[in-house]
Design a protein around this ligand. Sequence first.
Ligand code: FCB
Length: 473
Amino acid sequence: MNASPPSHLLSDALTSCARLIDPLSDFPPGFQWGVATSAFQIEGAAQQDGKGPSIWDAFCEKPGVIADGSNGNVACNHYLRLEDDLNLIASFGVDIYRFSTAWSRVQPKGHGAWNEKGLAFYDRLIDGLLQRGIKPYLTLNHWDLPQALQENGGWENRDTVHRFVDYAQGMARRFGDRVASMTTHNEPWVISILGHETGVFAPGIKSLASALQVSHHLLLSHGLALQGMRAEGARMPMGIVLNLSPIHAATNSQADLDKARLDDGKLVRWYMDPLFKGNYPVDMLEAFGAAAPQTQAGDMANMATSMDFLGINYYTRSIASADDSWGVAQGGRRLTDMGWEIYPEGLTELLLRLHHDYSLPATYISENGAAFDDQPVDGQVHDLDRIDYLASHITAVHEAIQQGVPMAGYMVWSLMDNFEWASGYEKRFGIVHIDYDTQKRTPKDSALWYRDFLTRQKALRQKKAPLSAEARG
Ligand code: FCB
C-alpha cells in the first residue's frame, strides 16, 4: 500500500477504474455527490469559545478505551482551519457536504443557554459552503451528546428526548433558511449497541436493556424532532441515517440461519420497522424478552413520522454464525485496515432488499469508504485500493438504480483522515491525508480520482440537459 508504483502503472490503474464507471454514467439528473465528516472527528477546539464537554470528550479520558490513547482535543483542527478546508472541499467539485454540529458547542449543557460563538462557527461553515455553490447537509447528532445530559442519564433518560427536540428546533430556527438537508441521528444502532451494550464507544455502558431503551429514545426523538422542526417552519428535506448491512449466514445450518435472522432483526428491522411500519418486529420483542424497551402510548406513531429521505452508511456485509467461530477473513475477500471485508455487491443486495421490504423514500448512501494504511511518498498518496473500493461501490449503487431503487446521492467517508473513535488516529479513511504533526492536508490519489469522476459526471449532465429539455418538448 505504501510503495509508490511506477507512474505508468498508476495511470493504467486509474484509467481502468475510470473505465469501470464511465459506461455506467447515467445516474439520475438530480443525483447528488458529496463527501462527509462529523464534528467530533475533525473540529478539535474542544474547549474553545465556550464549547461544553461531550460524552466523547469524557470517554477519551478513560484509560485504555482509545487504541492510541488519543482524544478529539485537536483532531484536524478544522475549527481553526475552516476557510482552507472549505476551499479544499470546493476543489473536488462536490454538490454537497455532509457535516454534523456539535450539540455541546452550540448549547454547552444540552439545555438552556445557547453559545453564540459556537453558532457563529456553523454560520461561517454554512455560508462558506453556499458561497462556493455546495449544499450543506446537516446532521444534528453524530454521537457527541453533551456530557451534562449524560450525567442526568443520557439517552436512557426519556427527558433527553425532549432536550433533543429543543436542540433540533433551535438549529432549525438558526440555520433552517440555509441548510439543504437535515438529519436527526447518525447510526442509532452504534449509539445504542456499541455505546450501551458492548460499551466500546461512549458512554461505555454494558447492558442490553439500557441499549434498547436508548434505541427507543433515539427513534422517538427523531420523530418528534421532525415534527418540532416542521412546526418551526423548516421546509428542507429531513431524515435519519442508519448503518445497515446484509447479514449472511456462515453456513446453511439451522442454527446459523436463525442467528442471521436475529442479527438482521437487531441491526436492520429493529430500526426500519418502527420508522417505516410503526412497530417493532415481533420476533425481536420476543427474543429481547425483559430487556425490551419501556414505551408509552403514541410512541410508535411518533417514531414513524414521515421522512423525506433515508441515509444509509455502508461499509461491509456481516456474517452470522451461531457459535461465533466464523471470522470475516473466511469470506475470502480482501479486508480493509479495519479488518472489514470488501464486499461491494452487498450494497446492491441491501438496497434491493430494503426497497422490496419497505418501499424506500429518496435514499442516500450517506457514508461509504475504506481505511488503508496510506502514507505520503514525495508529497503524494497512491491509495489505489481506495479508488478501487469507491469505484466498485459506486458501481453497486448504479446497479441498484438500474433495478429501480430511488437513489438520491452518494457521499464518501471521509473528506479527510480523522479521529476514528475507539481506533484513534490509527485508521485513515480520508481521501485527503492529514499529517497530524503539521496539520498539512494532502489530497490522495483517490481525491483526484473522485474530482475527475465528478467532472465527467457534470459534463454528462450538461450534455443530457438539452436532450431532456427537447424530450419534454
Ligand atoms: C461510521 C461512522 C463514522 C465513521 C465511519 C468509519 O460508523 O458514522 O463516523 O467512523 O463509520
